[in-house]
Write a protein that binds this ligand. Structure first.
Ligand code: LAN
Length: 718
C-alpha cells in the first residue's frame, strides 16, 4: 500500500534540469508561468518519468536499424552542454549523511527537496517489511532502516505515520539501532542519538605518522581515507548536535530499550546480523582495544590538537582542490560538518561547501535521492560516443551535431592541472586525466582517463566533420598520466597506484563493504587503459613507444592471470562476470588473442556462452558480486546481454547463432520510440553495494547492435 505524502506534492511540470560544463542541477520554478522563460528539456522530462514526445518506428528489421532507432531516442536526452546526464542512485546510506549534516549545521532543507525526499523514501521502503537496505534492491538492514527512518523524522514526518510505524517495527525486529554498523554509529553520534563511547576509536592521530608507515592513512584507498579523515576530525572533537525535543524523541524511537540504560562502550563491536558483510578480525579487535585504552590516556603533549589541525588542513585541501565537491557524497557531507565546526556558519568555507550540495541531488519519478557521485557525465558520454563511432552511425548526417557537442563536452572535461599541494594532500597527478564526472571534481580515474582518451581519438580522427579540439599535447598528457598508473602486477587500479599491502583489509572497520582499504588492480580498468594505449599508439607511433609496448604486455599478462578457473573474470564495478568478461576479452583481442588462437579467450567465451538463457539473453543477479560466483537473474537483462555479446564479438567467437539470438533479444525489448526500459540495477562497488547506471541500457545495447551489424554485414533479422 502506498501512502499519500504527508508533506504534499510538487508539480513535475515545474522541475528543470540544468546542465553547465557537466554540472547537473535540479531547480523548482516558482510558478508554471515561468515555464515559458525556461522550457522543459527532453532530458528533464525523461528523467522525471514523463513521456518524451518522440518519433515512433516500425519494428527494426536489422541490428543497425535498431541501433539507429535507439540513438534517435537517446540523442534527445543529450544535455545542452553536450553530455548525457542520468540518475546515479542505488546506495541507501547517502541521503542520511546529507540530511543529518544539514540538520546539525542548521541549513534549511528546501521545501521541495523535503517533499521529494520523503516521496523517494516512501517509494523505496521494502514492500514487505517497510525497512530500507544498503541499496535499493537489498534486504532491510539496520543501517538502511535506522538512518532513513531518521531522515523522515528530521524532514517532519510524524512518528505515528504508518510508514514509520512499520519501519520502526522492522528496525526493532532487527535488534534496534544499537547494532548499526560503524558508519551508522558515526552518523547517529553526530546527531547526538548514539554516544561517541559506542564507537570504536577513529583516531585522527594516524595522520601524524610518517608516510613510510605501512598503514599510514594516506596509503588507504582514496575513498576510504577521504571518509575516515573528516570522521576522525569529528570523532577527535566529539562534535554533535545540541539535544532538542526531536533528538530526545529519536533516542527513544530507535532503540528497543531506554536510551539512558544503554551500555555504550559495549556496543562498539555490536553489528546486526542482517548488516554484516565483513566481520571484524581478531587483529582489528585487538587494535580497537589498544586504541580504546589510548583514548582514555591523558594527552600530555597536545597530540590530539595537532592531529585535528593536520586533519583540518587536509580537509581544506580536499575542499579547495575539488571546488567543494569533494571526492564523493560521503566525505562531501562530513566535510560540510567540519567546515561548520571549525570555521563557523558564516565562513566562506562553509558557505562554498553548502553551494555544492545541490550537485548531488537527483530527481526521478520516485522522488529525490543523493547521487553516488556528482554524476557519471564523462563515463556515460565516452561509451555512447565509442558505440556511435564503431557502428558507423556517427558518420550519418543526422548525428553530426550530437557528436560535435559530445566532443566539446569531453574537451571541456579534461583535467588541466595537478591538485594544488599534490603530495601534501596525497593526490595522484591529474594533469591530462579525465575524471568520472566533471573537471571540477577533478580526480584522476585510470579507466575514465582511458575512455576519455579513446573517445577523443575516435571523434577527432574517424570523423571528417569534427575539429581538433584536444591538441596532441593534451593527448600526450593523458598518456603520461596513464603511464604513471601501472601496478607491479601489471594491472591498473581505480584512482591511484596500490599504495599498501592487501593485508590492510584485516583492519577494515566498515562491516558493510569489502575490499575498501587499499587499491587493487581490476581487469576492467586494466582493459580500458590497455585499449586506449593501443589505439593511441596507432595514431602516434613515436610517443613513448617502448614504454607503451611494455606497459601493454604487462597489462595483458595481468588479464590472463586474473582469469578464474572456469574462464571467468570477476567484475568489481558492475554486475559482474558479464561486465568483466566484456573488458577482459577485449584486452585479449587487443594483443591478437581470439577464440581460435588463445586458450584464455576460448575459455572466457565458453564461460559466457554457458550462461546464455533459453530466450537468447543473459541475466546476472547482483548476488554474483556478493558471493563471488555467477548467480542468475531470473530474467534476461538487456545490459548483461549486450555486454556478453560485445565480449563474444571482441573474441571473434566463431558461431553466429548464440550471438544472433542475443541480438534478437535486445531488439525484442526495444520500444516503438527506440528506447529500452529500465531493468535491474547494473552497477556495484565494494562488493556489497549496488549502484544504478541507467545509461548502460542505451550505450551498450547500441554498441552491441552496431558491432553485430558491422561484423555480420547487417543481415535481415525479421
Ligand atoms: C565509482 C564509480 C565509477 C567507477 C568506475 C569508473 C566504473 C570504475 O571502473 C573505477 C571506480 C569508480 C570510479 C568508482 C569508485 C567508487 C565509487 C566512487 C563509485 C562506485 C561510485 C560511488 C562509489 C563511492 C565509493 C560511493 C561512496 C561510498 C563510500 C564507500 C565512500
Amino acid at each position: 500500500m502506498t501512502y499519500p505524502n504527508p508533506l504534499g506534492e510538487t508539480d513535475p511540470k515545474r522541475w528543470r534540469l540544468r546542465s553547465e560544463h557537466g554540472r547537473q542541477t535540479w531547480h523548482y520554478l516558482k510558478s508554471v508561468e515561468e515555464s515559458e522563460k525556461w522550457p522543459q528539456t527532453k532530458a528533464g522530462m525523461y528523467w522525471l518519468g514523463m513521456e518524451v514526445p518522440s518519433e515512433t518506428f516500425p519494428p527494426a528489421k536489422t541490428a543497425l536499424d535498431a541501433a539507429r532507432n535507439g540513438f534517435e531516442f537517446y540523442k534527445q536526452l543529450q544535455t545542452e552542454d553536450g553530455h548525457w546526464a542520468g540518475e546515479y542512485g542505488g546506495p541507501m546510506f547517502l541521503l542520511p549523511g546529507l540530511v543529518i549534516s544539514m540538520y546539525v549545521t542548521k541549513l534549511p532543507v528546501p521545501e521541495e527537496w523535503k517533499i521529494e525526499i520523503v516521496k523517494y523514501l516512501f517509494n523505496r521502503a521494502h514492500p514487505e517489511d517497510g525497512g530500507w537496505g544498503l541499496h535499493i534492491e537489498g534486504h532491510s538492514t539496520v543501517f538502511g532502516t535506522a538512518l532513513n527512518y531518521v531522515v523522515l523524522r528530521l524532514l517532519g514526518v510524524d512518528a505515528d505515520h504508518p510508514v514509520l510505524i512499520k519501519a520502526r517495527a522492522t528496525l526493532h525486529k532487527l535488534g534496534g539501532a544499537t547494532g548499526i554498523p560503524s558508519w551508522g554509529k558515526f552518523w547517529l553520534a553526530v546527531l547526538n542519538c548514539y554516544d561517541w563511547d559506542g564507537l570504536n576509536p577513529i583516531p585522527p592521530e594516524l595522520w601524524l605518522l610518517p608516510y613510510w608507515f605501512p598503514f599510514h592513512p594516506g596509503r588507504f584507498w582514496v575513498h576510504t581515507r577521504n571518509v575516515y579523515l573528516p570522521m576522525g576530525y569529528m570523532y577527535g572533537r566529539r562534535l554533535s548536535a545540541d539535544v532538542n525535543p526531536l533528538i530526545k524523541s529519536l533516542r527513544q524511537e530507535l532503540y528497543t530499550q531506554p536510551y539512558e540504560s544503554i551500555h555504550w562502550s559495549g556496543q562498539r563491536g555490536n553489528v546486526a546480523q542482517a548488516d554484516m558483510y565483513v566481520s571484524h578480525t581478531k587483529i582489528l579487535k585487538a587494535l580497537n582495544f589498544v586504541l580504546g585504552v589510548y583514548e582514555k590516556l591523558p594527552d600530555l603533549i597536545g597530540l590530539r590538537d595537532m592531529a585535528i589541525k593536520e586533519s583540518y588542513k587536509l580537509i581544506e585541501l580536499e575542499d579547495k582542490n575539488t571546488f567543494y565537491l569533494d571526492l564523493g557524497p560521503v566525505n562531501k557531507a562530513i566535510n560540510l560538518l567540519c567546515a561548520y565546526f571549525e570555521e563557523g556558519p558564516e565562513s566562506p568555507a562553509f558557505q562554498e561547501s553548502k553551494e555544492r550540495l545541490i550537485d548531488f541531488m537527483w530527481l526521478s519519478k520516485e522522488g529525490m535521492m543523493m547521487n553516488g557521485t556528482n554524476g557519471s557525465q564523462l563515463w556515460d558520454t565516452a561509451f555512447i560516443v565509442q558505440a556511435m563511432v564503431e557502428s558507423g552511425l556517427a558518420k550519418e548526417p543526422q548525428n553530426h551535431e550530437s557528436m560535435i557537442r559530445a566532443l566539446e563536452f569531453i574537451d571541456d572535461c579534461q583535467i588541466r592541472c595537478n591538485a594544488s599541494e599534490m603530495e601534501r594532500s596525497y593526490r595522484h597527478c591529474s594533469k591530462g586525466a579525465w575524471p568520472f564526472s566533471t573537471r571540477h571534481q577533478g580526480y584522476t580515474v585510470s579507466d575514465c582517463t582511458a575512455e576519455g582518451l579513446k573517445s577523443v581519438i575516435y571523434l577527432q580522427t574517424e570523423l571528417s566533420y569534427t575539429k581538433e579540439l584536444v591538441s596532441k599535447d593534451r593527448l600526450y598528457d593523458a598518456v603520461d598520466v596513464l603511464l604513471t598508473m601501472q601496478n607491479a602486477d601489471g594491472g591498473f587500479a581505480s584512482y591511484e597506484l596500490v599504495r599498501a599491502p592487501k593485508i590492510l583489509e584485516w583492519i577494515n572497520p566498515a562491516e558493510v563493504f569489502g575490499k575498501i582499504m587499499v587499491e587493487y588492480s581490476y581487469p576492467e580498468c586494466t582493459t580500458s587503459v590497455l585499449t586506449a594505449l593501443c589505439i593511441f599508439r596507432k595514431h602516434h607511433p613515436d610517443y613513448r613507444a617502448h614504454e607503451i609496448i611494455s606497459v601493454c604486455e604487462k597489462a595483458a599478462n595481468f588479464i590472463k592471470e586474473s582469469q578464474g578457473e572456469d574462464g571467468d573474470w570477476y567484475g568489481s564495478w558492475a554486475i559482474c562476470y558479464t561486465y568483466a568478461g566484456m573488458f577482459a576479452l577485449e584486452s585479449l583481442a587487443n594483443i591478437g588473442e581470439f577464440y581460435d588462437n588463445s586458450e584464455a579467450s576460448k575459455k572466457g567465451c565458453d564461460f559466457l556462452v554457458s550462461k546464455q538463457k533459453s530466450d537468447g539473453g543473459w541475466g546476472e543477479s547482483y548476488k554474483s558480486c556478493e558471493s563471488n560466483k555467477y548467480v542468475e537473474h531470473p530474467e534476461s537483462q538487456v545490459v548483461n546481454t549486450a555486454m556478453a555479446l560485445l565480449a563474444l564479438m571482441s573474441a571473434r567467437y566463431p558461431h553466429e547463432e548464440p550471438i544472433r539470438r542475443g541480438i534478437k533479444l535486445i531488439m525484442s525489448r526495444q520500444q516503438a520510440n527506440g528506447e529500452w526500459l529500465q531493468e535491474a540495477i547494473e552497477g556495484v562497488f565494494n562488493k556489497n553495494c549496488m549502484i544504478s547506471y541507467p545509461n548502460y541500457k542505451f550505450a551498450f545495447t547500441i554498441w552491441a547492435l552496431g558491432r553485430y551489424a558491422k561484423i555480420y554485414n547487417n543481415p535481415q533479422l525479421l
